[in-house]
Design a protein around this ligand. Structure first.
Ligand code: SF4
Length: 344
C-alpha cells in the first residue's frame, strides 16, 4: 500500500475552517454530546440524526440523566432511528460511567473502547474531538478518502487495511488541533469525497491524490462483494379488541431485542391460516381484513410482510392491549412496522 501524502493537516484544516457545517453536536462540545452524536450517526444520516440528537439532549442532558432513565424512555427517544442495540448499549455504558468514573467519560481511548457499544471508531472520535487526543476515528468515509489518496489496491473491508490507515493517520495528528483534524477528515468524506461522485475540483487534497490523477477516482475504494441478504416472509397481525391494539415484547437477545411489536409469525399466511393463528392465541377472531404488504430491509435480512387486521372477541393476557396514548408514551415499536403503525 502507498503511503498517505505528508502533512494532510496543512491542507485540510484551513479548508475545514472555511467549510465546516454548523451541526448541533459541534456547538457546546462535551464528551457526552460527542459520544451520543457519534453513536446516533453510526447508521443514520446526518440530516435525520439532527432532530433526534436535539430531542435526546433536551430530555437527557447529562450522563447522569441517561444513567437514571428508564429503558423505555431511552428506547422511546430512539424510536425510528433503528439499530436499537445502540440505544441499549448507550444506556448501559452511561450507568458504568456513573458507577466507575464518577459521571465523567474517561479521557483515554482504551477505557472508552471498553464501554458497551464503543468500538475503535467511536473511541477515536470521542478521544480526539472531546479530549483533544491524537486518536484517529476511521469510519467508511475516512477509509474511502484514504483509499483514494493512495489508490489502495486492497479491500477496505479488510481489518488490516483499516488498522494500517489508522496508524498512518495517527502519525499526522497536529497536537493542538486533534479534534478538528478528525472532524475535517469526516467532513471531507461526507461532503466532497462522496461514494459515487467525488467532487475533486472542490477538494483541498486533490493535488496529492493518487486516485484523482488516474481520472477515475470513483474506482476506489476496492470493496469485497457483499453477501446477498436473507429473505424472510412474515405475517403481521393488527389485533383489535375494545379499541385497543395488541403488542408483544421481543426477546432480549438478537434482532430488535426488547422492542415492542405487533404479534407476527414466520410465513406468508392466507386468510384462513391467519384466522387459525389468531384463534390459537385465544383471540376469538370475529372479522378479518387484509392491511397491506410491506418490506423492511435490515443489514443482513429482508422482511417481506403481509398484514391482517382482525377484530377480536377476546383479549388474551399473552399480549398487552394498548391505546394510542400508551403506545406513544411507553411502547417503542420499531420502524420495521411503520406501514402497520400508520394504520392504527
Ligand atoms: S481529490 Fe477527489 S478522490 Fe481524492 S480525496 Fe479529494 S475528492 Fe477524494
Amino acid at each position: 500500500m502507498k503511503n498517505l501524502p505528508d502533512n494532510l493537516a496543512a491542507a485540510l484544516l484551513p479548508w475545514y475552517g472555511a467549510h465546516a457545517r454548523d451541526l448541533p453536536w459541534r456547538r457546546d462540545v462535551t464528551p457526552y454530546r460527542v459520544w451520543v452524536s457519534e453513536i446516533m450517526l453510526q447508521q443514520t444520516r446526518i440530516e435525520a440524526a439532527k432532530g433526534y440528537f436535539l430531542r435526546f439532549m433536551a430530555a437527557l442532558p447529562t450522563v447522569q440523566d441517561l444513567a437514571a432513565a428508564q429503558p423505555e424512555t431511552v428506547l422511546k427517544l430512539w424510536e425510528g432511528l433503528g439499530y436499537y442495540s445502540r440505544a441499549r448499549n448507550l444506556h448501559k455504558a452511561a450507568k458504568l460511567v456513573v458507577e466507575q468514573y464518577g459521571g465523567r467519560l474517561p479521557a483515554d481511548r482504551k477505557a472508552l473502547r471498553a464501554l458497551p457499544g464503543i468500538g475503535d471508531y467511536t473511541a477515536g472520535a470521542v478521544a480526539s474531538i472531546a479530549f483533544g487526543l491524537p486518536e484517529p476515528a476511521v469510519d467508511g468515509n475516512v477509509l474511502r478518502v484514504c483509499a483514494r489518496l493512495t489508490c489502495c489496491p486492497d479491500s477496505v473491508g479488510d481489518g488490516k487495511v483499516k488498522d494500517a490507515f489508522r496508524e498512518a493517520l495517527r502519525a499526522q495528528y497536529p497536537p493542538e488541533r486533534c479534534g478538528d483534524f478528525t472532524s475535517a477528515l469526516m467532513e471531507l468524506g461526507e461532503t466532497v469525497c462522496l461514494p459515487g461522485t467525488p467532487d475533486c475540483e472542490s477538494c483541498p487534497l486533490s493535488s496529492d491524490c493518487a486516485a484523482e490523477k488516474t481520472g477515475h477516482p470513483a474506482d476506489w475504494p476496492v470493496m469485497e462483494e457483499k453477501r446477498p441478504r436473507r429473505v424472510q416472509h412474515r405475517t403481521v397481525f393488527l389485533l383489535e379488541h375494545g379499541g385497543r391494539i395488541a403488542l408483544t415484547r421481543r426477546s432480549d437477545k438478537g434482532l430488535l431485542a426488547d422492542m415492542w411489536e405487533f404479534p407476527n409469525t414466520e410465513g406468508d399466511l392466507d386468510e384462513a391460516a391467519a384466522l387459525c393463528q389468531a384463534d390459537a392465541w385465544g383471540c376469538a377472531p370475529l372479522a378479518i381484513e387484509p392491511c397491506g404488504r410491506a418490506l423492511h430491509i435490515f443489514t443482513h435480512l429482508e422482511w417481506h410482510m403481509a398484514g391482517w387486521r382482525i377484530r377480536c372477541g377476546a383479549a388474551p393476557d399473552r399480549f398487552v392491549w394498548t391505546t394510542a396514548e400508551e403506545r406513544a408514551a411507553r411502547y417503542p415499536v420499531p420502524t420495521a412496522f411503520r406501514a402497520y403503525k400508520k394504520q392504527i
